[in-house]
Structures are given as structure tokens and as C-alpha cells.
Design a protein around this ligand. Structure first.
Ligand code: UDX
Length: 493
């Protein structure tokens, strides 16, 4: 008698829950593509608010999964009251709100997916480090759970030491004078995993508080003390060669740490689901044509972009504008529509200063948002004036483009310090940078002579090769990714 046909084992089903900000959804979407390309059913969770923004910025194409059966998008509320403001910009409020309302929403979503015909049961949860509550929900539901921290390992090591900073009395700061009296130069050499000579000013800016109950300080300590140790593993979008010291310290605390970066087109087939993007703003499509068609020499254009959260004053923008104009370099400058805030009010109506357009002519292009990775990969791009968000830093390293570092907040100051001192790819700019310093810094980075700019270019070219090797078959990140895939697939079986 013929034996009955064996039923096909259900596909492993990963539920991906990014923190709802640009610098988090981008690496999560890359991870989604990497898992889907390896046979996973993937459910990607946006907040309702960001889902709406993506529809406005991209149209339905933002969710075009044609030819990608088993990749789906779901939404949960972000917990914030409706408002005219951009909910991704107030990370403090967003962190609190997601932690408050997220658990019930994620539990209900898993239960609903498990009842949905044609959808395999959820077999693992990969949540953002900033959505650590999801680990506890998953565990209560008997599911394996991993945390993906989308920032650098050097930033992560600093976060892992926030409790020590409190216990040793460095944080909270005694009073406001600590912001200006040299206290930030206090060495923190005892902090394992940090670069030699690290100071308080090189640690994520969330330590800069006088409030013992500070929201971010409390949330970060909780992530590291209560969420991360409960997770089955940790994912980091970095690679071993780049951050070995920080990773050794991380793995001493959290042994099952997978370094899988730089996540991107190296870890899925070429042109995999190209229309599926996560940009919350609409790209200005003039950028590619301008870079292609303006007759600029190789590596001659400075790209200026301060990411998705940075806000600056009109005065500071004027200084950048006139500094770029005086540098004589071609530049592509991204000015987000909500980037300039004077006295806290969004949309102060800052416009390029009078006479600026005439001064720069066709040598400068200013847009509201662009396809950053495409710009960095363009042969005409030769330097990146950046806020050193982790994605920007890593994308620049992967493209072999040196940095001018003007960090804004969070672990951007840590990334910037590493870029300049440890990786040798960056030149540091002071916080209150004036037009003459902007001009000088741009000239120095782009100079043809054998100075600091040339040294940064050489190091950037070396890191580019190492970054690509890490995600190529046999590379450390590629091996880790495959090991992670096997681990979560075997738990689904
Ligand atoms: C911030 C932090 O700096 C980051 O380190 C942290 O982990 C998350 O919050 P953000 O300001 O969003 O992030 O910067 P970054 O991490 O660099 O991410 C921005 C992303 O948006 C990058 O992937 C970049 O390619 C993309 N981007 C940005 C565009 O595609 N176009 C743009 O015009 C600007």
C-alpha cells in the first residue's frame, strides 16, 4: 500500500518589528529581503502612521510585492495621539508610546496571523532593540525572539555601560555646568570595548542629562538589562573587522551576537524587489541626472546630508550654505523639508540665502531627499558631510567615501569619533561650525594634495574592500547571516 503523501513542512515565518524611524526601517527592510530570499515567509510591521507616509511618498509601489509571495506588510499603532507633526521626529515620545501600546498590538497581530489561511504560523520574532517589549511578548507566546540593534557596535557597547555610568556616579550630571565646564572631557578608559582615550563626550548624548529619571536613559538601561539578555540572540548591522574591540565586549555579555552588516544588495540576489523601498520622504529624481550630466570629475562632488532626525537653526544653515559656496567644490545638499527649526517650531520658512544661487550656479544642487545609497555609489561623489547616523556611516564606508563628521545626537558622536580616530575615514567638525570652518573642512577633505583628505580617502577605499568582503560568500557577516537563518529556521521545524 502506498504511504500517504507527506505534508510539506510550513515555511519559517519571521515577524519583523522595526522602531518606526527611517534609520531603523531601512536596515530592517534589507533584513526582510535577505530572509525572504532564503525561503522565509516574512511579515514586516510598520506603524499605521509610517504606512500612511510611505503611501504618500511612494504610492502603492512602496508595498509592491509582486513576484514575492510570502512577503507581507502589517501595521500596528504607534501609540501617539494624532497630530500635525511628524511622529518619527520626537523619538522620546515615540519610545514611550510604543513601549506602552506595543505589547497588546503585537500579541493581537501574532494571534491574527496564526489564524490566517495560507499564512504559516509565526515562528520567530525579530524586533528592534528599541522595541524590546516584543521579546517579552514573544517569549510569553512560546516564540524565539531576537533583537536587532540598528546602530553601531561601538554605540551598543556604550549603551551596555549606561548602568555602570550611573553606578559610578558619572550620570546623571551634577548640574548644568557639566555641559560646559570640561566635564565632558572626563576619560572613561575603564569602559571595556571603547576606543582608547574615550571621553564622556564620545558616548551617546543620552547621558547628557541632570535628571535621574530621564526617559531615554531609563529606556536604554532597561533595553540592555531586561530585554537584551532575554532575547535568543542579537543582530548588529556591522562587521567584525570594523568593530572587533566593541564586538568582543558585546559578545562577552551577549554571546549569541550576529554581525550581519553591511546589510544590502550583497546579501540578496541582484535587483531583488527593487521597487520595495522604505524611504519616508520622496526622492528627488534630479540627483542622478545632475551627477551624471554635469561633467564633474571622479570623486569631486561633496554630498551633504544630515539624515532623518537632525534639526538645525536658520543661522546654522546659513553658515553651511556660505561655507559650501566658498569651498569652490561641486555639492549635492539634502535639506529635508522639516529640517530647520527655530525655537522649536517646524517649518520656519528657511530658504537658501539671497545671492546663494547666483554664487554657486550649476555647481550646487539642493534637494529635499534623495536615494542616498545611489548618490554615495556614484563615481562623481568624493566626500560626505554627514551627521554620522549609523546607516549613513556604514553606507559611506561601503561606498569608499570619506566623511566630514558633524554629529547631531545619540550615538552619532560615538560613530564620528570612531570614524575619525579609529577608522581614519573622517575629519571632525566642531558643533558650532562657522562658514569659514565649513569652507576649510570641505577644501581639506577634497584636496588633491597628500594631506588629511587623501589619507581619509585611502582608508575609505580600504574599508570599502573589507566591507564588501564581509558580506561576500565566506565573509564573516555572510557566515553569520547564514548561521542566523539556520538557527531560526531550525526552531521553526
Ligand atoms: C538616527 C541615528 O543616527 C542612527 O545611528 C540611529 O541608529 C537611528 O537614528 P538617522 O538620522 O535616520 O538615524 O540617520 P541614519 O542612521 O544615517 O539613517 C538614515 C537613512 O536614511 C539611511 O539609510 C540613508 O540612506 C537614508 N536616507 C537619508 C536617504 O535615503 N535619503 C536621504 O536624503 C537621507
Amino acid at each position: 500500500m502506498a504511504s500517504p503523501p507527506l505534508s510539506e513542512p510550513a515555511k519559517p515565518h519571521a515577524l519583523l518589528i522595526p522602531y518606526p524611524a527611517q534609520g531603523h526601517v531601512n536596515p530592517f527592510l534589507k533584513l526582510a529581503k535577505a530572509l525572504h530570499a532564503r525561503g522565509f515567509h516574512v511579515t514586516f510591521v510598520h506603524t499605521e502612521y509610517n504606512h500612511g507616509r510611505l503611501l504618500r511618498a511612494r504610492g502603492a509601489g512602496a508595498f509592491d510585492v509582486a513576484g514575492a509571495e510570502g512577503l507581507r506588510f502589517e501595521t500596528i499603532p504607534d501609540g501617539l495621539p494624532p497630530s500635525g507633526l511628524d511622529a518619527t521626529q520626537d523619538i522620546w515620545a515615540l519610545c514611550e508610546a510604543t513601549r506602552r501600546t506595543g505589547p497588546a498590538a503585537v500579541r493581537a497581530l501574532v494571534e491574527r496571523l496564526d489564524r490566517t489561511d495560507g499564512v504559516p504560523p509565526v515562528s520567530c520574532v525579530v524586533a528592534d532593540g528599541a522595541m524590546g517589549y516584543a521579546v517579552h511578548v514573544a517569549k510569553e507566546m512560546g516564540l524565539p525572539a531576537y533583537l536587532f540593534f540598528t546602530h553601531s557596535a561601538c554605540g551598543f557597547v556604550a549603551y551596555l555601560n549606561f548602568d555602570q555610568l550611573v553606578m559610578r556616579g558619572y550620570v546623571p550630571f551634577k548640574d548644568e555646568s557639566c555641559f560646559t565646564n570640561g566635564y565632558l572631557d572626563t576619560p572613561v578608559d575603564w569602559m571595556g570595548g571603547m576606543l582608547p582615550g574615550a571621553r564622556l563626550r564620545d558616548l551617546p548624548t543620552f547621558i547628557r542629562t541632570t535628571d535621574p529619571d530621564d526617559t531615554m536613559l531609563t529606556i536604554i538601561i532597561k533595553q540592555c538589562e531586561l530585554d537584551a539578555p532575554v532575547a535568543d540572540g542579537i543582530l548588529l548591522n556591522t562587521f567584525d573587522d570594523l568593530e572587533r574591540r566593541a564586538l568582543d565586549a558585546t559578545r562577552a555579555r551577549l554571546p549569541n551576537t550576529f554581525t550581519v552588516g553591511p546589510l544590502g544588495p550583497d546579501v540578496y540576489p541582484p535587483s531583488y524587489l527593487p521597487s520595495l523601498t522604505s524611504s519616508l520622504w520622496r526622492d528627488d529624481e534630479r540627483c542622478a541626472a545632475w551627477l551624471d550630466g554635469s561633467g564633474f570629475g571622479a570623486a569631486s562632488v561633496v554630498y551633504v546630508n544630515f539624515g532623518s532626525i537632525t534639526v538645525v537653526t536658520s543661522e546654522q544653515m546659513d553658515e553651511f550654505a556660505w561655507g559650501l559656496a566658498a569651498s569652490g567644490c561641486p555639492f549635492l545638499w539634502v535639506v529635508r523639508p522639516d529640517m530647520v527649526r527655530d525655537g522649536g517650531a517646524a517649518g520656519s520658512g528657511w530658504a537658501l540665502p539671497e545671492g546663494f544661487a547666483e554664487a554657486v550656479g550649476a555647481r550646487g544642487l539642493t534637494v529635499g531627499w534623495c536615494d542616498q545609497e545611489a548618490v554615495l555609489e556614484h563615481p562623481a561623489t568624493g566626500g560626505f558631510l554627514s551627521h554620522c547616523g549609523w546607516n549613513s556611516t556604514l553606507e559611506s564606508l561601503r561606498a569608499g567615501v570619506p566623511l566630514l563628521c558633524w554629529p547631531f545626537f545619540s550615538e552619532q558622536v560615538t560613530n564620528a569619533r570612531y570614524a575619525c580616530v579609529e577608522w581614519g575615514v573622517g575629519l571632525e567638525m566642531p558643533r558650532d561650525v562657522g562658514r569659514a570652518q565649513v569652507e576649510a573642512a570641505v577644501r581639506e577633505l577634497m584636496a588633491a594634495d597628500d594631506g588629511r583628505g587623501a589619507a581619509a580617502r585611502r582608508r575609505a577605499a580600504e574599508w570599502k574592500e573589507k566591507a564588501k568582503a564581509a558580506v561576500a560568500p565566506g565573509g564573516s557577516s555572510r557566515d553569520n547571516l547564514e548561521r542566523f537563518v539556520q538557527e531560526i529556521a531550525s526552531r521553526a521545524a
